[in-house]
Design a protein around this ligand. Structure first.
Ligand SMILES: [Ca+2]
Ligand SMILES: [Ca+2]
Length: 108
């Protein structure tokens, strides 16, 4: 497997690379370079997902997300755990999108 040249990468390939880059942008700040500590996770949630997780600012919300995501209970969020969050949020967004489309259709 080789990473495609960004200039001819497809939209989905670009999206995947952005997910990887975004994760590493936060995971490299402290401690283990390849996992998100609680502080790194919180910063990522606020900066990158503020619009979706409106209340991520409060500490309990970040703790709850950490608890939900950290499936191997090592106190850190690794890339696999991160991608599960993004996947679940994307599914939720798609549901919203479908519902919105349905409503638009009915208006016609
Ligand atoms: Ca880290
Ligand atoms: Ca973990």
């Amino acid at each position: 497997m080789s990473l495609p040249n960004p200039e001819n990468a497809s939209t989905l390939e670009n999206a995947m690379q952005l997910l990887i880059q975004t994760f590493h942008k936060y995971s490299g700040k402290e401690g283990d370079k390849y996992t998100l500590s609680r502080a790194e996770l919180k910063e990522m949630l606020i900066t990158e997902l503020g619009n979706y997780l409106g209340n991520a600012q409060d500490k309990e919300a970040a703790d709850k997300v950490m608890g939900d995501l950290d499936s191997n209970n090592d106190g850190e969020v690794d890339f696999t755990e991160f991608i599960i969050l993004v996947g679940a949020l994307t599914v939720a967004c798609n549901d919203f999108f479908l519902e919105y489309n349905d409503k638009q259709e009915k208006k016609k």
